[in-house]
Design a protein around this ligand. Sequence first.
Ligand code: C2E
Ligand code: SIN
Ligand code: SIN
Ligand code: FE
Ligand code: FE
Length: 737
Amino acid sequence: MQILKDSELRYRRLFEAAQDGILILDAETGMIEDVNPYLINMLGYSYAEFIKKKIWELRSFQDIEASQDAFKILQENEYIRYEDLPLKAKDGRLVQVEFISNVYWAGDEKVIQCNIRNITERRRSESALQVSEARYRRLFEAAQDGILILDAKTGMIEDVNPYLINMLGYSREEFIKKKLWEVGAFRDIEASKDAFEALQANEYIRYDDLPLKAKDGRLIPVEFVSNVYFEGDEKVIQCNIRDITARKHAEESIHLQSTALNAAASAIMITDRDGTIEWINLAFTTLTGYTSEEAVGRNPRDLIRSGKQDQAYYKQLWDTILAGEVWHSELINRRKDGSLSIEEETITPLKNASGKISHFIAFKQDIAERKQAEARIQRQLEHLTALSAIDRVIAANFDLKLSLSEILAHVTKELGVDAADILILNPDSNMLEYGSALGFRTKAVRKAEVRLGESYAGRVALERQLVQIPDLRNEPENPLLTSHLAGEGFACYYGVPLITKGQVKGVLEVFNRIALAPDGEWLDFLDTLAGQTAIALENSTLFESLQRSNVELSLAYDATIEGWSRALDLRDKETEGHTQRVTAMTVKLARAFGFSKAELVQVRWGALLHDIGKMGVPDGILLKPGPLTEEEWVVMKNHPTFAYEMLSPIRYLRLALDIPNSHHEKWDGSGYPHGLKGTQIPLVARIFAVVDVWDALSSDRPYRSAWAEEKVREHILASSGTHFDPQVVDLFMQIPK
Ligand code: C2E
Ligand code: SIN
Ligand code: SIN
Ligand code: FE
Ligand code: FE
C-alpha cells in the first residue's frame, strides 16, 4: 500500500511539474480523467472545462476534424503521433503542438495518456532557419565576390560559389573536397598552405593583392579575406575573394595622372565648389611655400590673397567660374613667407556626371621673370628713344649750353635721379668748371671749380673712371659736399668721365636724395649717356660741324640694341641664341653681297631686332604649342608692321628697319605685310628671310620640334624662286654654317 502510495506521489509530482501538457483519458469512454497544470496554462481552459469531456468535445480540439477518428485509431493501435497539430487556445491563439498518445494499463484499467508538447517556438525558429538558409544561398549564388567555404579541420573545400567558378574558370568539381592549395589557381601561391595554418590559428587573414592563376593562365589580382565561423558546432572557414583588376587599373591610372600633375611645371590647385583646397602639386609648394599638409582644407582666400586686387576683381573671378566658364588672368598672391608672387592663372570649373560644378582646377605660373623681361624691353625702348633724342639735339644745336641742359633732362628722367650736372675741363687751367646742372636746390653748383684729383669730380677726371659713393652721409668732410652741395640733401653720388678721342672733356655727375641700388643695366646706360655728352662737348668745343664718327656713335647704340634683343628672346622663349646666330649669319651674307661697313652696322641692328614686333603678339598666340587659327594668324602677321611703328621714330634705326618690316615678304609676292614681290623687297630682307627660316627650322619652336639638317636644306632649296630670292639661296648654300 505504501509502495503504491509512493509511486502515486511520484507520478503526481511528475504530472504536476511536467513541461509538456498531459491528458489522461479513459480508454473505454474516451472521457478525460485528468489534465496537468502545464496544459491548462498552455490552452487557457480551466480544469473543470477538461474533466469528463471527450477529447473532441474540447474546444481546443473541435476544429481538428480527425480527432474523433483519431481516438478510434488510438483505441485500436495503442499509439498515435501527430508531429504538428494546431490547437486553439481559449483566447483564440493557435498553438502548434506535437501530440503523442499511448495506451497503458493502470491496474486493470486501460488509460490513454496524451503528451502534448508546445512546439510553436521550435517551429518559428525552424522556419526562420529555413528562411535564413535560403537567404544565405541566394547571397552565396548571386554574390559578386568569389566565396569558398572550407572545413576548418581538414582544410577541404565544402562549397564554392558560381562567381568564383566563373572568375577562375575551374569547374565546381575541381574545387570540392580539395584542399585550397590543391586547386590550380592557388598552387603557385607559396603561402597558401601556411596561410591555412595561420588561418586556423588566427581566425582572420587578409591579403590585399594576391595573384591567382585562372585556368586559362591569366593572372587575376584578388583581395582575399578569410574568417572562421562556427556553424552549429562545426568550424568552417569562409574565404571571400574579390577581383581587383579594375580597381588596380583605376588606381594605376590615378597614380599616373597625379604623378603627371605633380611633375607639371605649373602650380596646380584643385578646390571644391566652395574653394576649399583638396589637392596641390609640388610646383604649387615651390611657388607658394605651402606644403600639402598646410594647404589642403584651407581656402585660397585666407591662404594666398594679397590684398593687391579689390573685391570686385575676385567677384568677377568667382562669377566667371561659378557660371561654368574658364577664368584666365593675372593675379598677385602672397607666399607663405609674405613675399608677393605675380601669377598668370587659369581656373577651369570641373563638372560631375550630372553636369554640376563640383571642383575647380587652377593652373598658376610665376610670371615675375617674364614681367621683368617685358619691363626691361620697355626700358630699353625708352633708352633708345632718349639716345635718339639726344642725337637730334646735338646735331641740331650748336649752342652747347642748350644741348647740355637737354641732355641732363634725359639723364635725370631715364636714370630716375633727382639731380645731375656736367662739369667741363678747362684745358688751360686744368680746372673742372660748371657746364650745366638740373635738379639742384641752390645755385652754388654754378660756382664750382674743381681741381683735377680733388674731390669726387676731380678724381673721376684724373683716374678716368666711374666713382660711386652709395652713401654720402658717411663722408661729411668732403670738400665738394661742404662747399657746393651743402643743403642739397644728397644721399648718393655717381660720377663718370666724359672722354672723346682719348681725351677727358669733363665729368657727368648724378645725385639722388635717397639711396639707389643700381644694376648693371643702369650703370651701362649712365656710361652710354656720358658717351653722348662727350660727343656734344667735342662737337661744340672744337667748333666743328664735322660729322660725328659713326663708329663712336654705333658703340653707344650697339650695347643697347644687343641688350634689347636678348630681352626679346627671353620672352619669345626662342632657342637660346637664335637672334645671335641669325645676326652673325646675315652680316656674313650681306658682306658677301658687298654691303659697306657702315651699312653692315645697320644690317646688324636690323637682324638683332627682326622680331621686335612680336612684342605686340600676346603670349597665348606666341607661345601656343599648336597651329594658329585664322584669327591668331591675323595678329601674328601684324608683327612686321608693329616693328615698323615702334622703331621708325628712332632716327638712327631708320636704315635698320628693312629687316623687321620686310622679313616675311616672299619672292613670289605671297608674303606679308605688303605682298612685295622680287626686287621690291629690300635686299637685306631677302637675305635675312633665308637665314631666319633656316635657323627657325633647325630649332625647336613651341609649335613643333627642330627639323634635321638635311630636311632644312631641302626645304630652302625647294623654296628658291617662290619664298626666297634664288640668288640669295645660291650664295647662302655656299657659305659654311
Ligand atoms: P618663327 O618661329 O621665328 O618662324 C619664322 C619663319 O620660319 C616662319 O614664318 C616660316 O617662314 C619659317 N618656319 C618656321 N617653322 C616652320 C615650319 O615648321 N615649316 C615651314 N614650312 N616653315 C617654317 P611665318 O610662317 O610667317 O611665321 C611667323 C611666326 O609666326 C613664327 O616665327 C612663329 O612665331 C609664328 N608661328 C608660325 N606658325 C606657328 C604655329 O603653328 N604655332 C605658333 N604658336 N606660332 C606659329
Ligand atoms: C579659389 O580660388 O578660391 C577657388 C578657385 C580656384 O582657384 O581653384
Ligand atoms: C581667390 O582668392 O579667391 C583666388 C585666389 C587664387 O585662386 O589664386
Ligand atoms: Fe618674324
Ligand atoms: Fe626669327
